[in-house]
Design a protein around this ligand. Structure first.
Ligand code: UDP
Length: 332
């Protein structure tokens, strides 16, 4: 039986990956420090004979008992609001966390895939974004802590591949959505759906002409699985090229939820990318992968999930964990 370590296991993507790899017959070791992750995402796996949970921060030395065949490094805050709240942890998990896991992969003879991001392209001057594009990133802007950590992550991962011959994979993930996103993490889809459910107006930042391309989580997980099982060490974009403006997206959410709320405009955050769409030629060619789930279908499933949550989740004050965490760090 293959043994697979998944970091960020209690997060949105990590928890779906745990499900997928257990379904593939792996023994899954899930690891999370629970700053942004939520145990409710993996509650259904606790006690499963092919799942073990480790409450651990991967920026500290990582030890797991026994052999490992695969490592999926998916631990990281992943929303612009999170980076602002825990900027240093965001840098550390992409940099030191990745270094620790590459060392672990080397020691165990495991293959590792790291979760990179379309943010390595910054506010892109090339559209749609191909893997050859080097990006347009502001290192000292509010997103710099995430973008530069992920760029460093790619660099050190490639160095372990070329210097040590480690089997490495790099997936560049574009905006992804689905059940188990955190309702109040500030990302646009949970923000809009949460606002609709609470009967609030939908907050569009800027004039809403900026674009994003949203991929349903099952499609992403399929792409990640295929990439891990491929022999491609180069970065591969995985995302849905179906591009939409944020203003149009707000209209789709209004239609989906049937809310009679309106759109209100708020200032555009600094360095908010004006456009984003993956060129997925490489994924098509190397992995035979294309996304299958239309936005209308994926949004319906996601909305049903958010509607099914207990009402207090809708009004939960977020970032309590961050405050506790930051407090502790300052006292240390
Ligand atoms: N956005 C918005 N209203 C919100 C939250 C986000 O208009 O309440 C916009 C945000 O400015 C960005 C886009 O939606 O242009 C996607 O934001 P998100 O934080 O989901 O991800 P990003 O792709 O920017 O990392």
């Amino acid at each position: 039986m293959k043994r697979t370590l998944i970091t960020g296991a209690a997060g949105f993507l990590g928890s779906h990956l745990c499900d997928r790899f257990i379904a593939e017959g792996h023994k899954v070791l899930g690891m999370d420090n629970l700053i942004t992750g939520d145990m409710s995402n993996i509650e259904h796996l606790m006690g499963h004979e092919h799942f073990e949970f480790y409450h651990h921060d991967v920026t500290k030395y990582v030890h797991v008992p026994g052999e490992l065949d695969y490592i999926l490094h998916f631990a990281s805050p992943a929303s612009p609001i999170d980076y602002l709240k825990i900027p240093i942890q965001t840098l550390k998990v992409g940099a030191m966390g990745t270094h620790n896991l590459l060392g672990l992969a080397l020691a165990k003879g495991a293959r590792i895939i790291v979760a990179s991001t379309s943010e390595v392209y910054g506010d892109p001057m090339v559209h749609p974004q191909t893997e050859e594009y080097w990006g347009n990133v502001n290192p000292v802007g509010p997103r710099g802590v995430y973008d530069e950590a992920k760029r460093y992550q790619e660099a050190i991962t490639m160095a372990y591949h070329t210097f040590h011959g480690l089997e490495t994979r790099i997936v560049r993930i574009f905006n992804t959505y689905g059940p188990r996103m955190r309702l109040n993490d500030g990302r646009v889809l949970p923000a809009f759906i949460g606002q609709a459910l609470r009967g609030e107006d939908l907050t569009v930042f800027g004039d809403g002409s900026q674009t994003r391309s949203f991929c349903y989580v099952d499609d992403l997980v399929e792409g990640i699985h295929r990439l891990l099982m491929s022999d491609c060490p180069d970065p591969v974009n995985v995302g849905n090229p179906d591009e939409i403006t944020i203003r149009q997206f707000a209209d789709e959410i209004i239609q989906l939820t049937g809310t009679d709320q309106k759109v209100i405009y708020k200032p555009l955050p600094k360095d908010d990318p004006t456009q984003r769409q993956p060129n997925i030629s490489r994924a098509k060619e190397i992995l035979g992968w294309t996304p299958k789930v239309d936005r209308s279908e994926g949004l319906k499933i996601t909305y049903d999930y958010f509607k099914s949550l207990p009402e207090d989740v809708l009004y939960r004050v977020e970032h309590k964990n961050f405050q506790d965490y930051n407090q502790r760090r300052k006292q240390e």
